[in-house]
Design a protein around this ligand. Structure first.
Ligand SMILES: Nc1ncnc2c1ncn2[C@@H]1O[C@H](COP(=O)(O)OP(=O)(O)OP(=O)(O)O)[C@@H](O)[C@H]1O
Ligand SMILES: Nc1nc2c(c(=O)[nH]1)N=C(CO)CN2
Length: 184
């Protein structure tokens, strides 16, 4: 069969085929920054992700100013995006880590300040629990700074461990330290 015909019949690809591409899946990413020009960093990181082959940006929340959770440090700007991805969860994590590095992320103390934090929240309805990657993100359920922006773009997405959709999860957390960044 010609390559042209194969492109029109994706179901006949196998993993051994040089042209094999994983199925397109939906994924949700949380973004945060509290060092440097956070808004510019977050916008640039979003654009960078959207420009990668195998990634399509499907929705972007507003940006929120949020009180830092963890050790004392400046407020964060947080938001969420949803993507259509044609890459495995691990490839997506590696892509996120590479973009963090590009924007000057230096790993220091846990939950400490950072120029860019990208967390892989959800990948379709998948549950993964490995030392390097957990999906859904294990702390997303308790984080208003994640759930408020996520509820804006994906209220009906089921968090597969709790069995609750995002619009229900956001009602369970205190959102008083999450404020819309006007004009975003
Ligand atoms: N769903 C996930 N999204 C992002 N990183 C993950 C995920 N699951 C596991 N990790 C691992 O966590 C590491 C990132 O840790 P990081 O320093 O960003 O944690 P943190 O941002 O300080 O804390 P938190 O994970 O609570 O947001 C990555 O190197 C990655 O291997
Ligand atoms: N408000 C807020 N607090 C945080 C954040 C964040 O993105 N927003 N990220 C952290 C490290 O994961 C630790 N604390």
């Amino acid at each position: 069969m010609s390559v042209e015909n194969k492109k029109n019949s994706p179901e006949i690809f196998t993993k051994h085929d040089a042209e094999f591409k994983p199925k397109i899946q939906a994924s949700a990413i949380a973004l945060g920054s509290n060092i440097g020009d956070s808004l510019a960093i977050l916008e640039a990181a979003t654009a960078e992700l959207a420009a990668i082959a195998g990634i399509q940006l499907t929705a972007k929340s507003s940006w929120y100013i949020t009180k830092a959770v963890g050790p004392p440090q400046p407020d964060y700007i947080n938001g969420c995006i949803s993507l259509q991805v044609q890459m495995s969860p691990l490839e997506l994590l590696e892509t996120l880590l590479a973009i963090e590095q590009k924007f000057g992320r230096v790993r220091q103390e846990r939950w400490g300040p950072r120029s860019l934090d990208l967390d892989l929240l959800l990948y379709d309805d998948l549950i993964i629990d490995t030392p390097t990657l957990q999906i859904p993100h294990p702390r997303m359920q308790e984080r208003a700074f994640v759930l408020v922006p996520l509820a804006e773009i994906a209220p009906d997405w089921l968090e597969p461990i709790s069995g609750y959709v995002i619009r229900e999860l956001v009602k369970k957390v205190d959102c008083s330290d999450v404020h819309l960044l006007k004009g975003s």
